[in-house]
Design a protein around this ligand. Structure first.
Ligand code: C5P
Length: 412
């Protein structure tokens, strides 16, 4: 429930994407928010206030002349109560009206009358691709950004009009992630974070290989938490079937050697490297070019292995890491003696922060428990969702960065 205690005004303007606003309303409420719906007259052409009232469990406001509030000023009252106003869908016309400071219907009036420093305005535009690309719309977008409005972006794909391109409203699940991220403290603003995640796959032949039970969930949660904290995030992911966290740039790899190459290619601008991947320690020395066949004799193939490069050790050995400009964080998945093993691994890997967890209790699960081991001691993070733990880990990294003032140009 990442939006507990948050009160949102959800504004609907005219567009076919209004049908997605119903699902969005439910999804925001599922995350713990209370949602007050305000609709323009055009939005009412696409979806009824009855639907939105039933889903939000609150009467919907549609007119500045609505006399239900005792002071007869819904445009003041609604904005004052909100932690944020989210307009989804936001039409091209409504964007133009916001730029102009128009105030001739309840929603635009409320946006203009809101305490601008206290009640942020978030827009999820939705329109035909030509309307989106039009210089007038792009000019309005730039002006809205200058006015401090958060533009959540648009999706690319099939449009209701039959055309294909940019301008679709983002899916409700994406918008919810964006709203949650919007409220998170920006502890890593200005930072670039590189994360490895998931297992690796080491080929035996074209159809078989060796891998492990890592699901990638912890690493994906770390990438999401870093992005929510305001960092630019690159995620090097082994073979997993997880959705990429919003705003994260993802590079898919298969083998440890691929992961090694991708990591070293992208580490240049990073200030933090978090190695959550469960990298295979060995790979078959020579992967067969064709499928290895049974020959009927009962003999099994004799596999020889060679050791994979240690990605974390290689990154921790870079001059930038040694001089403290690049914070390296490792993970240790143990099956016993977690504390002793994690402490020993931190020293062996020569890194400032090592995160210990019990592999069998972590792999594939949605929750986990962590030990944060530094030179100063150990902090235990009790069992919680991987996202909550990832947020704690990111806060610990931010603290590390502040304490060491590692970075020129990055706010300490
Ligand atoms: O040595 P061990 O595999 O237990 O160390 C685990 C840590 O090292 C993890 O952070 C993992 O991502 C990283 N690692 C790596 N490359 C390897 C092996 C482990 O980056 N080849």
């Amino acid at each position: 429930m990442d939006l507990s205690g948050k009160h949102l005004v959800l504004g609907l303007t005219g567009g076919i994407a209004c049908y997605k606003a119903a699902e969005l309303c439910r999804a925001l409420i599922r995350e713990g928010a209370t949602v007050q719906v305000v609709m323009t007259a055009a939005a009412e052409q696409f979806i009824t206030p009855v639907t939105m009232q039933a889903l939000s469990n609150r009467p919907v406001f549609t007119s500045q002349w609505d006399a239900r509030d005792v002071n007869n000023m819904p445009h003041i009252n609604l904005g004052r109560e909100a932690d944020a106003i989210l307009i989804a869908p936001c039409s091209a016309d409504f964007m133009a009206r916001l730029v102009q400071g128009a105030a001739d219907d309840l929603l635009s009036l409320m946006c203009l009358a809101r305490p601008i420093a206290k009640v942020p305005l978030l827009l999820a535009p939705a329109m035909n691709r030509e309307m989106w690309a039009h210089p007038a719309t792009q000019r309005n977008l730039a002006q809205l950004r200058r006015d401090g409005t958060a533009i959540l972006g648009v999706a690319n794909g099939d449009q209701a009009c039959g055309e294909t391109g940019d301008g679709r409203m983002l899916e409700p699940a994406d918008l919810v992630q964006d709203v949650i991220a919007f409220f998170r403290p920006k502890l890593l603003a200005g930072h670039q974070v590189l994360v490895t995640a998931g297992p690796t796959y080491e080929a035996i032949d074209p159809v078989r290989g060796i891998t492990n039970l890592s699901s990638g969930k912890m690493g994906f949660a770390v990438a999401r938490a870093a992005q929510e904290a305001g960092a630019r995030v690159t995620l090097v992911a082994g073979p997993v079937s997880l959705a990429t966290p919003r705003g994260v740039s993802r590079i898919d790899v298969r083998s440890a050697q691929d992961m090694y190459a991708a990591t070293l290619e992208h580490v240049a601008g990073a200030s933090i490297f978090i190695a959550t991947a469960a990298v295979a320690d060995w790979r078959p020395a020579n992967a067969a070019e064709h499928k290895i066949k049974k020959d009927g004799s009962g003999a099994s193939p004799q596999l020889r292995f060679i050791e994979n490069p240690d990605i974390l050790a290689a990154v921790a050995g870079l001059d930038r890491a040694k001089s403290g400009e690049l914070l390296c964080v490792g993970f240790a998945a143990e099956s016993q003696d977690l504390l002793a093993n994690a402490q020993a691994k931190r020293i062996r890997k020569n890194i400032p922060l090592l995160v210990g967890n019990i592999g069998p209790a972590a792999f594939g699960k949605d929750d986990n428990a962590l030990l944060l081991v530094t030179a100063d001691g150990v902090r235990e993070l009790e069992r919680a969702s991987k996202l909550e733990l990832a947020r704690e880990l990111i806060a610990a990294c931010a603290k590390f960065e502040r304490a060491n003032a590692r970075h020129s140009g990055v706010p300490a």
